[in-house]
Ligand binder design. Structure first.
Ligand SMILES: [Cu+2]
Length: 119
């Protein structure tokens, strides 16, 4: 084998080994509290987003969209290297949306929205 062929073979082998892990390391939302489209009792709301892989609190965030459309970034409970993002909010009855952004340990960012209602 020529050096170049060996190098290409090595690259392909490395890629085959690494790709599945990279794909798995994305932080995908598994469950949430409140659940999407749930109606919860206020005023004290515990927010808990659970992911399939570790998330970095730095680079992750939860923004609350209020009934009037204004947004408010929530302070996250510190839990670096854990698989969940947690926060608390004191909310009046109405329709809200959680906009989350999670930075996984592989450097990829995933985002999503969770609409819910406070009774
Ligand atoms: Cu990733």
């Amino acid at each position: 084998m020529k050096t170049r062929q060996i190098a290409v073979a090595c690259l392909l082998a490395c890629a085959a080994l690494l790709l599945p892990r990279v794909a798995l390391a994305h932080a995908h939302l598994l469950t949430s509290t409140p659940a999407a489209n749930a109606a919860v009792h206020g005023p004290d709301i515990a927010i808990d987003l659970k992911f399939n892989s570790r998330v970095e609190v730095k680079g992750s965030m939860i923004v609350l969209v209020l009934p009037g459309g204004k947004t408010q970034r929530l302070n996250l409970d510190a839990q670096s290297n854990e698989v969940s993002l947690d926060a608390h909010a004191h909310l009046a009855p109405g329709s809200y949306t959680l906009r989350w952004q999670a930075l996984s340990t592989d450097g990829h960012i995933t985002r999503g929205e969770i609409p819910f209602t406070v009774r």
